[in-house]
Design a protein. Structure first.
Length: 580
């Protein structure tokens, strides 16, 4: 942007901290000088916050300490003043019972860090599953210009000449190890070869799903979500983010101008076309509702019915990983293939329309990014179910399970807790058949707590030894985006609050009908009513701290699991309070 096009520096938000000739501003300026800066460094310049979710225990973000330097380089080149701040690193690999319980904490922290500091714009650095929605939700509510910088996928895994996909192959080879087909030496080799570099899962798991959604919504630089973490292009993209956020401040390009209903719909369509994680449902609804867009499960199901899956990437696709997707043209190329389904007038953080941003995109491998005439799966990645087991909805990923389970009827095998289920599935004498329907309850937002990724219930060892690798499984939990199989998830309302899943008994016949979007227990209504009357609410999980706050305000899965007091009134986002 030319200097002549820039706004008066006195109109910058940061000027409220630094410009006045008063005692408070004297203190702000003197403290920056204490840090070694002179007024020439920050006077009359946009102050850019870099919110960095790096930590030593988050392997997905292990390159972010260096990448922040690239962002700063871009900010300074564009005439801004960059300040890096640490942000909660909600890693998925180590946090128990799940990082999901802290997504809203990150969103609140992000919002309040922005609101309370002299930032004119921010660059959000995230990528691991919950960091993307958490940071974006907070920044939406804060309302100042922001760009999301995705961590990028790691390199493809490898062991003994076999390409490994994070998560997906862990599940696959674990079943083979339980069947006695994997030696200790092979297991250790797979363990060391499945994650070879910094970056998020290189399958189309939750991390790559959410960065693709954010990219499609216009909140990243075009195509940024596809760049591998260790590619030099990722460094250049970091500097590009730094340069661009300075201009966004002068242009006053705030999130409410970008996140429109059409932009949210674009993101949902792209998610379906990529073979997205089932977690996309919870996070996309939460992000949309922060922006005042009333996105529902039914909206997502309708889009899924008309959007073919064209990204041939595991776990919904076969063979290929995110590195292949990047070299095939990346997300821009995929959006070019489905351009007729998108609203190309939506603008992104670079100030251009989606149509302009994908105009020159090309597909370089049409087996990785398929044309609409040759999809991986004729519908989108997800289907939303309803019925007497899930009156408020449940989710399944048909493209990632054996088609024979699309219509299935069988007796329930019910577990009330994860430890109970884990013990049972390792019992080789467990009375179970391939037709049984495994049910895990008390694993939802309140019951888990936090809705852990327990939804891909392990196949009982008794069936593994017989050669079976899939069966129908139902829970109010979530499932890792790298998972696969006939798993019905996010059953709402959850069993912990008395949802119908709390009432099903072992031996009840359960019927799944994916084409007709139904999930029911074939139990007479009067019997269900009698069980409901006899049901006793469980004891609360928490009596103090974050868990106490979480359990009193988290919404159910169909509403995005955000806190009830943080979601926007639709069509209106709360403004910034006067803090001076």
């Amino acid at each position: 942007m030319k200097d002549a096009d820039r706004k008066d520096p006195g109109g910058l938000r940061s000027a409220r901290w630094f410009a006045p000739d008063d005692l408070r501003s004297f203190g702000h300026r003197s403290r920056l000088m204490q840090l070694g800066y002179s007024e020439a460094d920050f006077k009359d310049k946009p102050v850019i916050g870099i919110l960095n979710t790096w930590s030593e225990i988050n392997s997905c973000h292990s390159h972010f300490r260096e990448r922040a330097k690239d962002v700063k380089r871009g900010v300074f080149q564009a005439g801004g003043f960059a300040l890096e701040m640490p942000s909660l690193s909600v890693d998925e690999s180590f946090t128990k019972p799940t990082s999901m319980i802290y997504r809203n904490m990150l969103a609140m922290e992000c919002e309040e860090m922005i609101r309370s500091h002299p930032f004119d714009g921010v660059v959000l650095m995230g990528g691991c599953d919950k960091t993307t929605p958490g940071l974006v939700m907070g920044a939406i509510s804060a309302g100042i210009p922001f760009i999301y910088l995705p961590a990028g996928p790691m390199l493809a895994g490898n062991y003994a000449g076999n390409r490994l996909g994070s998560g997906s192959d862990a599940w696959k080879y674990w079943d083979e190890r339980r069947a006695g087909n994997i030696t200790d030496e092979e297991w250790v080799g797979i363990q060391g070869g499945i994650a070879r570099s910094p970056g998020v899962c290189m399958t189309m798991g939750t991390a790559s799903t959410m960065t693709a959604i954010t990219d499609a919504m216009g909140l990243t630089l075009p195509g940024a979500s596809s760049i591998p973490a260790v590619d030099s292009g990722h460094q250049r993209m970091g500097a590009d983010c730094g340069r661009r956020i300075v201009d966004m401040v002068w242009e006053d390009l705030t999130p409410d101008r970008i996140i429109t209903p059409a932009a949210v719909q674009n993101a949902a369509i792209v998610a379906m076309a990529t073979g997205c994680s089932t977690n996309a449902v919870v996070h996309l609804i939460a992000m949309a509702r922060r922006a005042g867009v009333d996105l529902s499960l039914d909206d997502l199901d309708a889009l899924g019915r008309t959007t073919p899956l064209i990204a041939n990437v595991r776990p919904s696709g076969k063979g290929y990983l995110m590195e292949d997707f990047y070299f095939a043209g990346g997300l821009r190329a995929l959006m070019k293939e489905i351009e007729e389904k998108l609203d190309t007038t939506c603008i992104g953080v670079n100030g251009r329309t989606l149509g302009e941003n994908i105009a020159d995109a090309k597909v370089y491998n049409d087996d990785v990014i398929r044309p609409l005439s040759n999809p991986v799966y004729h519908e989108g990645s997800l289907a939303v179910l309803r019925g007497n087991l899930c009156p408020d909805g449940a989710v399944i990923k048909p493209a990632a399970c054996d088609p024979k389970y699309y219509v299935h009827e069988g007796p329930a095998l019910v577990f009330d807790s994860y430890p109970e289920m884990k013990k049972a599935v390792d019992d080789e004498d467990l009375e179970v058949t391939p037709d049984h329907v495994m049910i895990l309850r008390n694993a939802g937002p309140l019951g888990g707590p936090g809705m852990p990724e327990w939804g891909m219930l392990p196949i009982p060892k008794a069936l593994i030894r017989q050669g079976h690798r899939d069966m129908l499984r139902i829970s109010d939990a979530r499932m890792s985006g790298t998972s696969y199989g006939a798993c019905v998830l996010h059953v709402a309302p959850e069993s912990f609050v008395g949802g119908p899943l709390a009432l099903v008994k072992t031996g009840d016949i359960v019927r799944l009908d994916v084409p007709n979007r139904r999930l029911d227990m074939l139990v007479p209504e009067e019997e269900i009513a009698a069980r409901k009357a006899a049901w006793t609410p469980p004891e609360p999980k928490y009596e103090r701290g974050w868990g106490w706050m979480f359990s009193r305000h988290v919404t159910q899965a169909d509403k995005g699991c955000d806190f009830d007091y943080l979601q926007s009134d639709f069509g209106r986002v709360a403004g910034e309070p006067d803090i001076f």
